[in-house]
Design a protein around this ligand. Structure first.
Ligand code: GDP
Length: 443
């Protein structure tokens, strides 16, 4: 399912022309999604969102353009598949009663057992209620599965009264202090008959008053999942969704995006027949896997750092223009950035108007050994916020205190202060140096 997106990413990264690579990637992505039965209008609005962001936003100077592009695709795809947060699948209160609904054959009974196993492994005392009275084998199937995962099953194969069984099962387990009770109800109607499925759900719902209602949908129905999920989402005030058989169909992308488009929450996905083949559905994790980038998180982390870095850049720009002064807190951030992004000269080179021809200031004033950076950071860690923001208040007694607090000598702290002043001075002279250079070389 959607395996070709991984190939598209590889192709994209290997392409030497950025613009052509972007164009081809978007086409490949569209093709992959449409093949996976995603609705064409959804695909188009996704690609439009990506294109609009490319046109509106600027790629951060320290991030490669290709990485930036992938991070945008990642964010937009995550939204497309349901948002940027994993669902909260743990019970919001105890005891917690879950009611399962779904069309026959969707994998409802299997999923009921999978979820019981999931909660059992999390340490909850779990009980199952077999209230699917329509399908004759459903009771035996659940009992069988219950045995396998060692979870008790309440049921009455001689009765057809699903509401009665649900209520008795719930009461029975509550009286024995069970914490999570999952009721497998009858889902006898086929797709296209959502109304009767939902009506039936309503009567059990009114009687049992579950804490969550979960609709099970077979991924192979693809974009048809939209109608079912949206109707369900409207009638069940606390409804969430499990999409099963993600392993066995090419249409999983269609089902996931269709359900996400209704605003319903997808809690789990089924990825196989075995009881442990159930995953909490985290759109972001799902998308990182689609993109085939184990290190996509590194890119996202980098995005966050970039924001801080740009902020610092802006501040340095101001100082160069003669506005204000860096604080020690800025110097601290500069050290952090230095370690992650490379030398200060690189930051300066990216400041608009400061061409790469500028002699690197890092050579003299800024190039510091790792040891020194460690010492300086230790000193700054011993300072108060007030001191970091107003270094001019740091007098002799404060220097002594900071030295003691950080296990350094007073001379180390003084050296930091000198370095701090030198950096500010250096920035202030840059503008002049640049002008002089321009005069000399005429550029
Ligand atoms: P129900 O009628 O909705 O209760 O459906 P069942 O739970 O009996 O499942 C129908 C069939 O789908 C069974 O053969 C299950 O083993 C199979 N099934 C359920 N979930 C999954 C899944 O995530 N992946 C695969 N491959 N098969 C599944």
């Amino acid at each position: 399912m959607l395996d070709n997106i991984k190939d598209a990413v590889k192709k994209f990264l290997g392409n030497s022309s950025y613009d052509k690579a972007v164009e081809e990637f978007i086409k490949d992505l569209q093709k992959a999604l449409i093949t996976s039965d995603v609705k064409v209008s959804l695909v188009l609005s996704l690609s439009n969102n990506i294109k609009q962001r490319l046109a509106k936003e600027k790629s951060p100077s320290v991030m490669e353009r290709k990485e930036w592009f992938i991070s945008i695709v990642y964010e937009e795809l995550s939204k497309f598949f349901g948002g940027d947060r994993a669902p909260n699948v743990l019970p919001s209160k105890l005891p917690y009663v879950i009611m399962m609904v779904g069309v026959q054959g969707s994998g409802k009974t299997t999923t009921t057992a999978k979820m019981a196993y999931f909660y059992k492994k999390k340490g909850y005392k779990v009980g199952l209620v077999a209230a699917d009275t329509y399908r004759p084998a459903a009771y035996d199937q659940l009992v069988q599965l219950g045995k396998q995962i060692q979870v008790p099953v309440f049921g009455d194969p001689s009765s057809k009264d699903a509401v009665g069984i649900s209520l008795r099962g719930k009461e029975e387990f509550l009286s024995q202090k069970f914490e999570v009770i999952i009721i497998d109800t009858a889902g006898r109607h086929g797709y296209g008959e959502e109304t009767s499925l939902l009506e039936e759900m309503q009567s059990i719902y009114d009687a049992v008053k579950p804490d969550d209602v979960i609709l099970v949908i077979d991924a192979s129905i693809g974009q048809k999942a939209y109608d079912l999920a949206s109707k369900f989402h409207k009638v069940a005030p606390i409804g969430s969704i499990v999409i099963t058989k993600m392993d066995g169909t090419a249409k999983g992308g269609g089902a996931l995006s269709a359900v996400a488009a209704t605003g319903a929450q997808i809690k789990f996905i089924g990825t196989g027949e075995k009881v442990n083949e159930l995953e909490v559905f985290d759109p972001r994790r799902f998308v990182s896997r689609l993109l085939g980038m184990g290190d996509i998180n590194t890119i996202i982390e980098k995005m966050k750092e970039v924001e801080d870095y740009e902020d610092l850049q802006k501040k340095m720009e101001d100082v160069i223009e003669g506005k204000g002064k860096l604080t020690l807190r800025d110097i601290y951030r500069q050290f952090v950035a230095l370690r992650k992004m490379g030398p200060l000269s690189k930051i300066l080179q990216h400041i608009p108007g400061m061409g790469v021809n500028l002699p690197s200031p890092s050579e003299d004033q800024v190039k510091l050994g790792e040891d020194k950076i460690k010492k300086f950071m230790a000193a700054m860690n011993s300072m108060t916020y007030k001191e970091l923001d107003n270094p001019s208040i740091i007098d002799r007694s404060r220097i002594r205190r900071i030295a003691e607090g950080s296990g350094l000598t007073a001379e180390d702290v003084r050296e930091l202060m000198r370095q701090y002043e030198a950096t500010n001075k250096m920035l202030k002279t840059l503008k002049k140096r640049k002008k002089d250079l321009e005069k000399m070389f005429g550029n």
